[in-house]
Ligand binder design. Structure first.
Ligand code: S3P
Length: 431
């Protein structure tokens, strides 16, 4: 039986909102990831008082108007979520802030947040749309109704956080239910009256998230953070693909915008069962049971199974792992319309293709995805993490399935989201 450290996406948001609330918030099972530690460090630099006791975090909220300018740049490390969400908050401050990050983060696209924040009146300079970002805040920000050009929870969250500082109504419009909704859930949990309505336009079902002005007070909350389902995914896959395995993971986040890896693995023929589904702190969690089999036979009839369209943003962080799993599925799998993978912590399409080929898999690379042939006996190889935590974990699972030894260069990147990964895996894998 395993319990996992707190969800990374929820931890970032809970820390940010607790910092903007009035009073003491207590966050339990806060993520141990380097990414979330970066968010805490940045908040401290903005004058927020934070105390840590292992996985419990106490935050003395500064209130919406209580942040103070940092003389030094805020270092977001490898964390796109830290940079993009903080940018929304900083756009509404009466001071200027510089946001920096590591080499990977400084190469990632930031125009997707710069454009809407400039429409709201912030002034932002960047290195041709990339970090470092210098944000000169404005008070109050302009109202904005923004239809998102990319399916991104980080962009949606950035605008909603800026909306807390807007002089009028802030609206974010996106396709229904395709990006994670933790910001919306947590804003409500912290007492902000966010409203979401659905609308049909042309042939699309849209969601409009609206923050009325003024939405000017957050109240401090005790918040329990569920286990990270994106971390659990590696254990689901390992247990499902190693014959004779049986694994139980308790208290794992089961938010509908995040859990698609479970039905996806089931469609591919894996044996998973979900129980004890319940709600806590406006999020869902569950216990997941997994049993192993030697080869996955999809329940669907069309082969190879294709993943594209609206499932892609819902599985975005699990796609490299899904490609690894695909090598064990009868008929293989295809992933398309996933070009966003090229601008994650690494180019995850290329990193996945190169490493799978090194292990002897038959893979075709597309601009927006890949195809893997199924039922391949992978062989141990020298692999390259490309400095990307999800590539490390996906290929550790591939290495467990392979004949012979594998070596992953740069495996320390795992700490970006899941420092305990290797230790926990060792504790459950029988040799
Ligand atoms: C995240 C959203 C996703 C995801 C990232 C975390 C978040 O990015 O890939 O790991 O916490 O909002 P995008 O929203 O840019 O797709």
């Amino acid at each position: 039986m395993l319990r996992l450290p707190g969800d990374k996406s929820i931890s970032h948001r809970a820390a940010l909102l607790a910092a903007l609330a009035r009073g003491h918030s207590h966050l339990r099972n806060f993520s141990s990831s380097a990414d979330c530690q970066a968010t805490l460090r940045c908040l401290k630099q903005l004058g927020v008082q934070i105390e840590k006791n292992e996985t419990d975090i106490q935050i003395k909220g500064a209130g919406l108007e209580g942040l103070s300018a940092s003389q030094e740049p805020l270092d977001c490390g490898n964390s796109g979520t830290t940079m993009r969400l903080l940018a929304g908050v900083l756009a509404g401050q009466a001071f200027a802030t510089e946001l920096i990050g590591d080499e990977s983060l400084q190469s990632r696209p930031m125009n997707r947040v710069i454009e809407p924040l400039e429409l709201m009146g912030a002034r932002i300079s960047s290195n041709q749309g990339r970090a470092p970002l210098r944000i000169i805040g404005r008070q109050p920000l302009h109202a904005l109704s923004y239809e998102m050009p990319v399916a991104s929870a980080q962009v949606k969250s950035c605008i909603l956080l800026a909306g807390l500082y807007a002089g009028g109504r802030t609206e974010v419009i996106e396709e229904f239910g395709i990006t994670r909704d933790h910001t919306e859930r947590l804003l409500k949990w912290f007492g902000v009256p966010l409203k979401t309505r659905t609308e049909r336009r042309a042939r699309k079902l849209l969601q409009v998230h609206a923050l009325e002005s003024p939405a000017r007070r957050l109240r401090a909350r005790e918040t329990n953070i569920p286990g990270d389902i994106s971390s659990a995914a590696y254990f689901f896959a390992a247990a499902a693909l190693l014959p004779g395995s049986s694994l139980e993971i308790r208290d794992v986040g089961f938010n509908p915008t995040r859990f698609k890896i479970v039905p996806t693995l089931k469609t591919l023929g894996a044996q998973l069962r979900v129980d004890e589904l319940r709600e806590e702190c406006n999020e869902l969690l569950a216990t997941v049971y997994v049993n192993g089999s030697d080869c996955l036979r999809p329940t669907a009839t069309d082969r190879p199974l294709t993943f594209d369209g609206s499932i892609i943003p819902q599985l975005i962080d699990e796609l490299p792992l899904l490609a690894v799993v695909g090598t064990q599925v009868e008929g293989g799998i295809i992933i398309r319309e996933a070009a966003e993978l090229r601008v994650k912590e690494s180019d995850r399409i290329s990193a996945t293709v190169v490493n799978l080929r090194a292990m002897g898999a038959d893979v075709e690379e597309y601009e927006d995805g890949l195809r893997v042939a199924g039922r391949t006996q992978l062989r141990g190889a020298k692999l390259d993490s490309c400095g990307d935590h999800r590539i490390v974990m996906a290929f550790t699972i591939a290495a467990l399935l392979a004949d012979g030894e594998s070596e992953i260069a740069g495996a320390e990147a795992v700490a970006v989201s899941f420092p305990e990964f290797f230790q926990l895996l060792e504790s459950i894998v029988e040799r």
